[in-house]
Design a protein around this ligand. Structure first.
Ligand code: AMP
Ligand code: MN
Ligand code: MN
Length: 328
C-alpha cells in the first residue's frame, strides 16, 4: 500500500498501543530514528510508544528514551500500530517481526535500496541518507523537542559518516542545520558517538589494518576477524564499527571488505565502495542487502570461500564498467 503522511499521523493519533522497532545489531541511524520517533510521539501526542531493540550500544545511551528501550523481545498483546524503522526485510527485523505480524496496522519507514516493502504500508526512499532524515520530513519542525532533534541528528551523522558519504545532499545538510537550531550539541554527538574509540576498538582497528590484504590490482582491500580473535579480545559488534571506513580510504581502493566470524564458518560481511561498484547488489546475491556504497550480508563457508565469492562479483562489475567506458 502506498504511504500517506496524513493517514500515518491519523493512525498514530488513533492508536492506544504503539510499538517501534529497528534492525538487529542496531547502528546510529537505527537507534536515532527509533528514539527520534519515540520522543516526537511522546511530546506531541501524549502517549508512550514502546521501543524494541536488540540492544542500545553504550555510546548511544545518553539519547533521550534510551533507558526505556525494551530488549529481549518479550511477548506482547497485539499492538494497535507497529512501525519498523531503518529495516528493509523480515530477517533484519529479527524477533520484532512477531509484533509486526500481530499488529492491527504496520508501517515500514526505510531508505535501503534493497528494501522489500514487507509491511502493510511502506515508505522507502533510497535517495535519503538516513531513516532519521525521512522522519524529519514527516515531522513538523516547530514540534521537534531537543530529545527528538538529538536522536535524528545522531542517525544522520552515522549514516553519512559525518556528512562525507555520497548519500549526503543539500537536503541532508539543511535538515542537520535545522536540527542544530533545536539545541543539538553537534560536537558531543560527532566526537562522543562517532570518532571516540575505546582502547580496545583502536587495538582491533590496528590489527585489522596491519593484516589487511590488497587484491584485484589494489582495487579491493579486505580484512577478517575470526572467532579466535573475537574471543581473545571479548569483542562485541560495536567494537568493530568504523574499521571498514578506514579500510575504504586506502589510496587506489574501490571496494573494502571486512568479515567477522559469527559462529564457526558463518561470517558477517561488511562492504563499502567508492565510485563504481554497487555493493548492495553483491550483498543481495548472498542474502543480504543495503545501499549502493554500503551493504552487508551473512555468508557461510571458509574465509577463503567468502572472499573469493565476493571478489569474483566485484571483478565482474569492474570489468563491465571498463567495457562500458571503452565503448563510450
Ligand atoms: P554494515 O556494514 O553492517 O554497517 O551495513 C552497511 C549497510 O547495509 C547498513 O545501512 C545496513 O543497514 C545495511 N545492511 C547490512 N546488512 C544488511 C542485510 N543483511 N540486509 C539489508 N541491509 C543490510
Ligand atoms: Mn541502520
Ligand atoms: Mn539507515
Amino acid at each position: 500500500m502506498a504511504f500517506e503522511k496524513e493517514k500515518f499521523w491519523e493512525d498514530v493519533k488513533a492508536a492506544e498501543t504503539i510499538g517501534i522497532a529497528g534492525h538487529i545489531r542496531p547502528d546510529g541511524d537505527c537507534v536515532g530514528s527509533t528514539l527520534g520517533l519515540y520522543c516526537y510521539i511522546r511530546d506531541n501526542f501524549g502517549k508512550e510508544p514502546e521501543v524494541f531493540l536488540e540492544e542500545v550500544p553504550k555510546a548511544f545511551e545518553f539519547i533521550e528514551g534510551a533507558d526505556r528501550v525494551v530488549t529481549g523481545y518479550p511477548n506482547r498483546e497485539p499492538m494497535d500500530l507497529f512501525i519498523a524503522l531503518d529495516c528493509g526485510d523480515e530477517g533484519r527485523l529479527g524477533k520484532a517481526m512477531e509484533y509486526a505480524k500481530s499488529a492491527k496496522k504496520a508501517y515500514c519507514i526505510d531508505h535501503h535500496a534493497t528494501s522489500s516493502g514487507f509491511m502493510e504500508n511502506n515508505l522507502v526512499i533510497p535517495d535519503s541518507a538516513a531513516t532519521a532524515q525521512i522522519l524529519y520530513t514527516l515531522f513538523e519542525d516547530d514540534k521537534i523537542g531537543k530529545g527528538a532533534a538529538e536522536a535524528l541528528y545522531l542517525g544522520i551523522v552515522h549514516d553519512t559518516g559525518v556528512f562525507k558519504h555520497s548519500c549526503t545532499t543539500r537536503e541532508t545538510m539543511e535538515i542537520a542545520g535545522a536540527l542544530l537550531d533545536h539545541g543539538v550539541s553537534s560536537s558531543r554527538i560527532i566526537d562522543g558517538t562517532f570518532y571516540e574509540k575505546t582502547y580496545l576498538q583502536n587495538q582491533i582497528l590496528g590489527r585489522c589494518l596491519m593484516e589487511s590484504i590488497l587484491c584485484l590490482d589494489g582495487k579491493v582491500i579486505f580484512s577478517s576477524i575470526d572467532r579466535k580473535i573475537i574471543n581473545l579480545y571479548g569483542l562485541g559488534p560495536a567494537d568493530t564499527e568504523g574499521i571498514i571506513d578506514q579500510l575504504r580510504v586506502t589510496k587506489g581502493v574501490e571496494v573494502a571488505i571486512l568479515i567477522r566470524e559469527l559462529t564457526p564458518r558463518s561470517w558477517r560481511v561488511s562492504m563499502r565502495s567508492c565510485e563504481i561498484v554497487d555493493v548492495s547488489k553483491i550483498c543481495a546475491m548472498f542474502g543480504g542487502g543495503g545501499h549502493v556504497r554500503a551493504a552487508g550480508a551473512t555468508m557461510s563457508g571458509s574465509r577463503r570461500d567468502v572472499i573469493n565469492n565476493l571478489t569474483t562479483e566485484i571483478e565482474k562489475q569492474l570489468e563491465a564498467w571498463k567495457k562500458d567506458r571503452a565503448e563510450d
